[in-house]
Design a protein around this ligand. Structure first.
Ligand code: G6Q
Length: 522
């Protein structure tokens, strides 16, 4: 068996050597040799332009070599077919399969893991029946999603991205934080008679979600309504929330779907189905499925997610850039980076290999970002002239969602948006020589550009699956387990200790929790 420390592999060492002289993008390098038109990957309706990365043909070959030696594509295939990869060899761990891809492998006659796809299809059918029932009654205009982390960020990001496709007069609102003001802002602004609440919790025991559910239920009781008629559950079967008598309807997700990968399970589908309708929801799922399928391509240059994963490794591990900015030039994607931040940092923020040894290199980068062009007027100064080199992933679309645009000063707003995106990528890469040091731009700041036709349900599905797969490929490349989240558990345990002291009201103890609480009162 191969050494679990990937840095000792031949192909890691090859990349390390190549990184001593990375491609120079300044001084005209970007515009030479048809570089821009040849460095494009086309997959599932998306295009990835990567000429602004500090790589050449030799580095691309070394990416392929690395992917082959570490069996990255084979491992992706094994994941889709139900291999138990959420585990740490020799240690107690979740020990589960990882099958979020089955949620969208529902269109083919030969799904990769038939059992999981059958479960996904059954939940979809149940959802379709439920949505028809809602259409017939016409009572409900609002759905409130109560959930946090994976049960909030992904569904919220996709909902925000696809609002332009909402069924008229339908909206989804979100309550996540245990800050009571989060719940109040939403609950004060809805008409409970016309509202459904979907409580989303895989474990059925998350403190924030349980608390917010009770706050919401109280509002319905105050309004003289029976919460059972208005509340829907999405949970793991057998969880404390798996109590159909308390809910108008219960939907299920399974232990093989991780929270941050759960958007295409019932976690995201109930709210998205309510807002978009079944047909658009299916297009979203089909887009994700199409991208998953493309991830089985063995050639790195044809496999967009794998190529992005390898570019990420190159910048992070070999060119020593600690963070990654994801910069969508699309207002609809204003919560997408926040979702990716969880998906990436919770998945790959790990320090041990799959057999429990300390890793010998950096793992997941810090992911951050905001939509452009707003960001240009805020933090881009540091991207261009700061001392930190921040690789960027730009995301843009050729057409706007609403199509309501006009020519001002010779161009449309959509053209202005795209022109800015491309200009940023070029400026970061090429830099600028100037005799005035204040006007010098060092350049050689790498970026990629992902372009889609229009941010519609199909494209959103593709984009979501692209990033999920990129993160999975990077986890494979570092040989870590991307699918558990022990790092969040300690905080939960300690919060319980604080709450215990607050609720029993006893004072004067000497535990850390008690000392902190006493200090707060002084
Ligand atoms: C995601 C994480 C985490 C989880 C939340 C909510 O991968 O596990 O963000 O989604 O803690 O958990 P529940 O869905 O169990 O309430």
């Amino acid at each position: 068996m191969m050494n679990s420390d990937v840095t000792r592999s031949r192909t890691w060492q090859r990349l390390k050597k190549l990184a001593e002289t990375p491609y120079d993008l300044t001084g005209g390098g970007l515009a030479r040799d048809g570089r821009i038109s040849s460095m494009v990957c086309r997959t599932a309706g998306l295009r990835l332009y990567y000429a602004s990365q500090r790589i050449d043909q030799t580095v691309l070959e070394a990416f392929q070599d690395y992917a082959d030696e570490h069996r990255l594509v084979d491992r992706f295939k094994e994941m889709r077919r139900g291999s138990v990869i959420n585990r740490i060899d020799g240690w107690e761990s979740e020990n589960r399969r990882v099958l979020h891809t089955s949620c969208r492998d529902i269109f083919s006659a030969h799904p990769k893991e038939p059992g999981a796809s059958a479960q996904a299809r059954a939940e979809q059918q149940k959802l379709a029946g439920f949505l028809e029932e809602l259409d017939r009654s016409d009572q409900f205009t609002t759905m409130v999603n109560v959930g946090i982390g994976g049960s909030d960020l992904g569904p919220r990001a996709v909902y925000e991205a696809l609002k332009a496709y909402n069924i008229k007069a339908r909206a989804v609102r979100f309550i996540a934080n245990v800050d009571p003001d989060d719940a109040s802002q939403v609950l004060d602004s809805i008409d409970p008679h016309r509202t459904l609440v979907v409580v989303v919790s895989k474990s059925g025991s998350t403190l924030e979600t349980r608390t917010n559910e009770e706050l919401a239920r109280a509002r319905f009781v105050e309004a003289g309504l029976d919460p059972t008629r208005h509340f829907i559950a999405v949970t793991g079967s057998g969880s404390p929330m798996d109590n159909p008598e308390r809910y108008r309807r219960s939907f299920y997700m399974y232990d093989y779907i991780g929270g941050r990968y759960s958007v295409t399970s019932m976690v995201g589908c109930v709210g998205l189905g309510f807002a978009l309708g079944m047909e658009q929801l299916q297009r979203f799922l089909a887009g994700a499925g199409e991208m998953d399928e493309s991830c089985e391509q063995s050639a790195v240059i044809d496999n967009m997610a794998l190529l992005m994963a390898m570019l990420g490794l190159w910048n992070h591990n070999f060119l020593a850039c600690p963070t990654l900015a994801v910069l969508p030039y699309s207002q609809g994607l204003h919560r997408f980076t926040a979702h990716l931040q969880q998906c990436d940092m919770e998945s790959n923020g790990k320090s041990i290999t799959r057999d429990g040894k300390h890793v010998a290199m950096q793992t997941g980068p810090i992911v951050w970002g905001e939509p452009g062009t707003n960001g240009q007027h805020a933090f881009y100064q540091l991207l261009h002239q700061g001392t930190e080199i921040v690789p960027a992933e730009f995301i843009g679309f050729l057409s706007s969602q609403y199509g309501k645009d006009m020519v001002v000063d010779g161009t449309t707003s959509q053209q202005k948006l795209l022109a800015n995106l491309l200009a940023q990528s070029v400026a970061l890469a090429s830099g600028q020589h100037h005799e005035n040091p204040n006007k010098r731009f060092p350049g050689n700041r790498p970026s990629s550009v992902v372009i889609g036709e229009r941010l519609d349900p199909l494209t959103m599905g593709r984009l979501l699956a692209l990033y999920e797969a990129k993160i999975v490929f990077q986890g494979f490349a570092w040989n870590i387990n991307s699918f558990d989240q022990e790092g969040v558990e300690l905080g939960k345990v300690l919060a319980k200790q604080f709450l215990h002291h607050l609720s029993d009201g006893q004072k004067g103890g000497s535990s850390i929790a008690e000392q902190f609480l006493q200090a707060l009162e002084k």
